[in-house]
Design a protein around this ligand. Structure first.
Ligand code: NAD
Ligand code: TYD
Length: 338
C-alpha cells in the first residue's frame, strides 16, 4: 500500500481517514478523489492541504475516464471508497442519485480496480444494510434486509464488490460501520444538527418517540478500524465495525443539551421518518480478532464532538447560513411539529 485513492475523501469520514493515514504513516501518498457534492468540503482537508504526500483530484466516481485518468496519473495501488450519497432522509426524496453513486459508481471503481490490478479495493459500507434489528446483533454472514433507498443502494454496492472478488479475483474487503460522530460531519445528520441547533437555542427536531437506537461510534475509532482491515483483513471478507453499544435518540439529545447547559424544553418531537429503522446493532467480534478495539465510549465520543462544534463555529456557521442548507432545512422540517 503506497499510493492510495481515497474516493469521497472530502466528506466527513473520508477526511478524518486521510488525516489519520498521513499522520500515522510517512511512506504513503494519498490522492483524494471527490466530486465535491453538497457534503464534500475542502475545509475538511485544511489540516493536510500543505502536505507534499497529499493531492486533491476533483472527479466523479461515476465517470470512468476521470477515474482511470487519476488511477494512471498517480499509479494507484489501493482504493478506499467512501464516496456515496449518505443521508437516509434525502434517499426518500431522491433515490435515483443514491443508485447512481452508491451502486453504479461502485461498479466504475471496481472496473478500475480490476483494470489497474490494485492490491486492495476497500468498500466502506454500513450497518444499515442488515435492516432493522429488533433483537440480537448482526453478524457479517446475516442476510441483508435493507429498508431505505440509501441502505438498499449501499447493499447493492457491497454485492457488486463481492461479485468482483469472486468473478475477477479483485482483492476486496468491506467494513460495515455503525453511525459515526466527530469533527467535520455535515450538520444535516442528527448529532451535529442537534449540537448546532442547541448552541443557537433552536429546537432539536426529534423523530417519532425518540426511542430508536443507534450505535454512535467516534469517527477516529472507525478510521482506525478501516486501517486495521486494510493492513490485516483477509481479501473477500466483511468486517462489522462499531462499539456494540446502542443509545436511544432521546438519550443522545438529552446528553447534548446537558453538555451545552441548555434546557430539555428545546427537544421538539416531530413526525417520524417513513420506514424509520428502529434499531441497528452489530456484533463486532470478528474485527476484534484482528486486534482492533473501540477507544471511545458513547459519552466520550459525544463530549468531544460537542466540544469540537463549540470550538469550530468557523467551520459550520458558513454551512448553516448558506442557501443550500437553509432551503434543505425548510423543506425537511417545516410544519412537522407534533
Ligand atoms: P459524507 O456525505 O460526509 O461524504 C461523502 C463524500 O462523497 C462527499 O465528500 C461527496 O462530495 C463525495 N461524493 C458523493 N458522490 C460522489 C461521486 N459521485 N463521486 C465522487 N465523490 C462523491 O459521508 P460520510 O458520512 O463521510 O460517509 C462516507 C462513507 O461511509 C459512505 O460510503 C457512507 O455510506 C459510509 N458510512 C457512513 C456512516 C456515518 O455515520 N456517516 C456510517 C457507516 C458508513
Ligand atoms: P441520521 O443521522 O440521519 O442517521 P441514520 O438514520 O442513517 O442512522 O439519524 C440518526 C437517528 O436520528 C435516526 O434514528 C433518525 C434520527 N433523527 C432525528 O430524530 N431527527 C433528525 O432531525 C434527524 C436528521 C435524525
Amino acid at each position: 500500500m503506497k499510493n492510495i485513492l481515497v474516493t469521497g475523501g472530502a466528506g466527513f469520514i473520508g477526511s478524518n481517514f486521510v488525516q489519520l493515514m498521513l499522520k500515522k504513516y510517512d511512506d504513503i501518498f494519498v490522492v483524494v478523489y471527490d466530486k465535491l457534492s453538497y457534503a464534500g468540503n475542502l475545509d475538511n482537508l485544511l489540516p493536510v492541504a500543505d502536505n507534499p504526500r497529499y493531492q486533491f483530484y476533483k472527479g466523479d466516481i461515476c465517470e470512468s475516464d476521470e477515474v482511470n485518468a487519476a488511477m494512471g496519473k498517480y499509479q494507484i495501488d489501493t482504493i478506499v471508497n467512501f464516496a456515496a450519497e449518505t443521508h437516509v432522509d434525502r434517499s426518500l426524496t431522491d433515490p435515483g442519485g443514491f443508485i447512481q453513486t452508491d451502486v453504479y459508481g461502485t461498479y466504475i471503481l471496481l472496473e478500475a480496480a480490476k483494470k489497474h490490478g490494485v492490491e486492495r479495493y476497500h468498500q466502506i459500507s454500513t450497518d444499515e444494510v442488515y435492516g432493522a434489528v429488533l433483537e440480537g446483533r448482526s453478524v457479517e454472514t446475516d442476510q441483508l434486509k435493507p429498508r431505505s433507498p440509501y441502505s438498499a443502494a449501499k447493499a447493492g454496492g457491497d454485492m457488486m464488490a463481492l461479485a468482483y472478488a469472486t468473478s475477477f479475483g479483485v482483492s476486496v474487503t468491506i467494513t460495515r460501520g455503525s453511525n459515526n460522530i466527530g469533527p467535520y460531519q455535515y450538520p444535516e445528520k442528527v448529532v451535529p444538527l442537534f449540537i448546532i441547533n442547541a448552541i443557537d437555542n433552536q429546537p432539536l427536531p426529534l423523530y417519532g418517540d425518540g426511542l430508536q437506537m443507534r450505535d454512535y461510534q467516534h469517527v477516529f475509532d472507525h478510521c482506525e478500524g478501516i486501517d486495521m482491515v486494510l493492513r490485516h483483513g483477509q481479501p473477500g471478507e466483511i468486517y462489522n465495525l462499531g462499539t456494540g453499544v446502542e443509545t436511544t435518540n432521546i438519550e443522545m439529545a438529552r446528553l447534548i443539551l446537558k453538555l451545552l447547559n441548555k434546557p430539555e424544553s428545546l427537544i421538539q418531537p416531530i413526525t417520524d421518518r417513513p420506514g424509520h429503522d428502529r434499531r441497528y446493532a452489530l456484533d463486532c467480534s470478528k474485527i476484534k480478532t484482528l486486534g482492533w478495539q473501540s477507544q471511545h465510549t458513547f459519552e466520550q465520543a459525544i463530549e468531544s464532538t460537542v466540544k469540537w462544534y463549540a470550538d469550530n463555529e468557523w467551520w459550520w456557521r458558513k454551512i448553516k447560513s448558506g442557501q443550500h442548507y437553509r432551503e434543505y432545512y425548510q423543506r425537511q422540517y417545516a410544519g412537522r411539529e407534533r
